[in-house]
Design a protein around this ligand. Structure first.
Ligand SMILES: Nc1ncnc2c1ncn2[C@@H]1O[C@H](COP(=O)(O)OP(=O)(O)O)[C@@H](O)[C@H]1O
Ligand SMILES: [Mg+2]
Length: 451
């Protein structure tokens, strides 16, 4: 393609003006063509100037900085100068809604305003920055949505402003998550925050048996302080924990509280879910967000599936045993990570799992003990049961129900869960008598198989 410069185009027009035929339609048509030509020349020049004088950064939706930059752009920046005020108003906004449920079950929605698609101008410090947020119709993300980018353009002379912007945007993001725990879950092949970041769950609100919590917390802290030790010895910097026990004993809650305590996020994936394949698991573990505990729930399903597969050739899209081991410490495993595995069926697990780097620490989180029941009572009624006399009555009642009798091999005595005790106390807020009277309800109902 031949490009014309504006000078040449102008010459063409001058030549045309001298042309006697110009009066006719032919001339008019030529003028139109010539003007179009001239315009193209001017555009080319403008493009050249742009390329020389401007710098731009493109941030793709896939980049961790993408949400930070959108949030940064929606920060109010009151401008004082006449020009800045008129130029930098963002008129087109898009809304992003996050819903979350409060502990009492109500649903809460919050709205974040972001600059919408299209072009905007912002002024930051002394620099004007053109912002262009676009949906690319050609490229698709893993989730099948159109790929999005934000492009920031400023004068070459102001290029250093970008560093400041990214630093400030990251600072804002950290600030917004302060005191919060981000929980990521899987959407297709990506980790996406599950609702809004939640307020950190205090460790004290999860009541495990005596010393159990401290044991895990100290181990994790110790691990976090020993990075250099691992590096010096060429050992992958990984630690794995397996928490097992009946449902409703506080495994998941504890891991979330621990993440808050250590200032980590949680990336949660349920291995029993159909669609979580070996490849997918391995891939996801290589791209964990920074400072994140990975939580593999229902680890037993990897083993169950193996049996099913052996038994009836079942080949559903689920994680296999070797897939799980590979994800934990195979070649595709990430160099650094803390993993928690949970299961309600430890008897299904394979001992090969208990290996340094795969699972370093195994802890049973069991049915409620007397110690836990007492602690939970104090958390709920401590302020009104000042002398603890009602707590003793409650515990005596549970003793009477046989909930804490030592188990002998093979014996089937009723046990209860911490989740059930919490349920009882929630039902009887500020009503100690009610809680004691209804204590019998803690005995799990016997479910009889239908004929
Ligand atoms: N030990 C515990 N201390 C405090 N709350 C508990 C405890 N165990 C269960 N709960 C409560 O019961 C519910 C279910 O607990 P969860 O952590 O999901 O149990 P798990 O993961 O062991 O099945 C949560 O609302 C949690 O707050
Ligand atoms: Mg759980």
């Amino acid at each position: 393609m031949t490009e014309s410069t504006p000078a040449q185009s102008l010459l063409n027009i001058n030549a045309l003006l001298d042309n006697p035929v110009f009066a006719g339609g032919f001339g008019l048509a030529s003028l139109g063509a010539a003007l179009a030509f001239a315009r193209r020349g001017a555009l080319t020049t403008a493009g050249m100037i742009r390329r020389r004088m401007l710098v731009n950064v493109e941030i793709s939706q896939q980049d961790p900085a993408y949400p930070w930059i959108l949030a940064w752009l929606s920060e109010p920046r009151p401008q004082t100068s006449f020009l800045a005020k008129r130029l930098t108003r963002i008129n087109k906004l898009s809304v992003s809604t996050a819903t979350s449920s409060t502990p009492n079950g109500a649903t809460k929605a919050s709205f974040f305003l972001q600059p919408g698609y299209g072009r905007h101008i912002v002024k930051y410090k002394h620099a004007y920055i053109a912002v262009s947020r676009e949906k690319q119709s050609t490229a698709k993300t893993n989730t099948g949505e159109p790929h999005e980018t934000v492009e920031l353009t400023t004068l070459y002379a102001h290029r250093h402003i970008f560093e400041d912007i990214f630093t400030e945007a990251r600072g804002l993001a950290l600030q917004a998550n302060e005191g919060k725990t981000v929980v990521y879950s899987v959407r297709n092949f990506d980790w996406v925050p599950l609702g809004e970041p939640r307020r950190k769950r205090p460790l004290g609100s999860v009541i495990l048996d005596e010393g159990v919590k401290e044991g895990i917390v100290n181990d994790a802290r110790d691990f976090l302080e020993r990075r250099q030790w691992y590096v010096d010895r060429g050992i992958p910097y990984r630690r794995g924990y397996l928490l097992y026990g009946p449902p409703g004993s506080g495994k998941t809650s504890f891991i979330q509280a621990l993440a808050g305590e250590l200032d980590f996020s949680v990336a949660m994936i349920n291995l029993s879910e159909v669609g979580v394949t070996d490849d997918k698991l391995a891939f996801l573990l290589t791209k964990l967000p920074e400072r994140t505990i990975v939580l593999l729930e229902d680890a037993d399903s990897a083993f169950v599936n193996r049996r099913k597969r052996d038994a009836d050739g079942y080949g559903g899209a689920t994680v296999t045993f070797s897939g799980l081991l590979n994800a934990l410490d195979g070649l595709s495993a990430s160099e650094e990570r803390i993993a928690f595995l949970t299961t309600n069926h430890v008897e299904l697990l394979d001992p090969a799992l208990i290996r340094p780097g795969r699972v370093d620490m195994t802890v049973r989180i069991g049915e409620a003990t007397r110690y836990q029941a007492a602690q939970m009572w104090d958390r709920f009624y401590g302020d009104i049961d000042t002398d603890g006399s009602n707590r003793e009555r409650f515990l005596a009642r549970l003793d009477g129900l046989g909930l804490f009798v030592d188990l002998n091999e093979g014996e089937a005595l009723p046990r209860t869960s911490t989740a059930a005790i919490q349920g009882l106390f929630l039902f009887n807020k500020n009503d100690m008598e009610g809680a004691i009277a209804m204590a019998e309800g803690l005995i799990p109902p016997k479910l009889e198989a239908e004929k």
